[in-house]
Design a protein around this ligand. Sequence first.
Ligand code: C5P
Length: 225
Amino acid sequence: LTPQDLAGETVLVTAGPTREEIDPVRYITNRSSGKMGYAIARAARLRGARVTLVSGPTCLPVPRGVELVRVGSAVEMREAVLPRADGAGIIFKAAAVADYRPTVRASQKLKKGKDDLSRIELERNPDILAELGRLPGGRVLVGFAAETDELEANATAKLSAKNLDLIVANDVTREDVGFDVDTNEVRLFFADGRRLDLAKMSKFELAGELLDQALALKKQKTGTA
Ligand code: C5P
């Protein structure tokens, strides 16, 4: 039987890519299957947490007992996440949010001959995680960093810039871990300077490790350790 050590805890998870529409048939997106976030949501639910999963478009089955909020764009994800942050004790921001969106979305399909498709004007999306990091309160905030180079420097810079408790960093140049596949191998960087290299394991097992770490951080923050 799974220990119910997350009973009474509310966990908010984001997963999957966002989709930034150019016109009704085209969009900009980021590479993400959603598997890591869905694994965290499922593992948290099995350990007794109340779980809300805010998900961009994925093909994954919804974990049993998890409240699913489907979103398309980063702006929609922000609108789903921010009002739910207050009630959450632990937040995992595993979504691959697009950094930019088209300034205008054409209501009709753009035509090759007629419209200039060679340039799309973009504007910045909100950084949801950075906004969460500025909220007051004792919740635990976990971010993810998918990097191709300078893993440690990039991850630790995000950890402090976004005021996170923990960042989960993975090297996405490897084909056996990370994107699309069911396994992952990550390095953890904590706000207090600790770091932990985890072995390659399934995303579900990794979800368990990450929940252990987040729960320990939560106990530290609320003084119940
Ligand atoms: O894009 P970046 O590498 O900075 O993303 C790192 C973390 O920030 C991820 O956890 C991602 O979910 C989050 N993020 C976000 N809103 C954005 C961009 C990234 O919440 N607009």
